[in-house]
Unconditional design. Structure first.
Length: 202
């Protein structure tokens, strides 16, 4: 038996006269995309439980809005637009709380993709140090841009739209400024903590 397309399943769901049949059809439709949506949510959150919660919220929202799907695009395009918007809304909430965002930074942000930090700091100590340096060195927008780009792996153009940045270079300019500030802060930290600084090395 040939597998029905998403659009065909949705058409049958809308035409179902038996509630149980309708529920089965819509469940089959959503199950097709559950893994991919949950995986996308996990990439944004880094937390399995949070990703699953987000996925459930997305499918509930999609179910509530099924009547708005007019077939002008593929069902997957419509569904993933809902998923993207819902996840972006969640990231906006996080972005509005710099303290929460900085507390979430994992160790992959510690090297900031520069050899200077990764070679200067021990992996175990670098995470907390980077948090401290970001709080002291970066302004609020720079901290948000760095976290969204490096932690949540959002492309710079998405970060620009998410934060409503209106400067000509968007998020890229803030990344450049933030990296420069952090490099300077790390250099100063290294100078302060260098062994034998101010004394004899003999």
């Amino acid at each position: 038996m040939e597998e029905l397309t998403d659009e065909e399943l949705l058409l049958r769901y809308r035409g179902a006269t038996n509630a149980a049949v309708g529920d089965s059809l819509i469940s089959q439709l959503f199950q097709r995309h559950h893994t991919r949506v949950a995986a996308w949510c996990y990439r944004l959150t880094g937390n399995i439980d949070a990703a699953e919660d987000l996925a459930q919220e997305i499918f509930l929202k999609a179910f509530q809005r099924l009547d708005s799907f007019r077939g002008e695009s593929r069902f997957t395009t419509w569904l993933y637009t809902i998923a993207r918007n819902h996840c972006m809304d969640q990231l906006r909430l996080r972005a509005s709380d710099p303290q929460q965002m900085s507390d979430e930074m994992p160790d992959q942000l510690a090297d900031l993709r520069t050899e200077a930090i990764s070679s200067a700091l021990e992996r175990r100590e670098s995470e907390q140090l980077v948090r401290d340096l970001m709080r002291k060195s970066l302004d609020e927008t720079e901290a948000k841009v760095m976290t969204l780009h490096y932690v949540h792996e959002l492309p710079l153009d998405s970060v620009t739209r998410l934060l409503g940045l209106t400067n000509p270079s968007g998020a890229k300019a803030h990344i450049v400024n933030a990296r420069r500030k952090l490099a300077r802060a790390v250099a100063q930290w290294r100078e302060r903590t260098a062994p034998g600084r101010g004394g004899s090395n003999a």
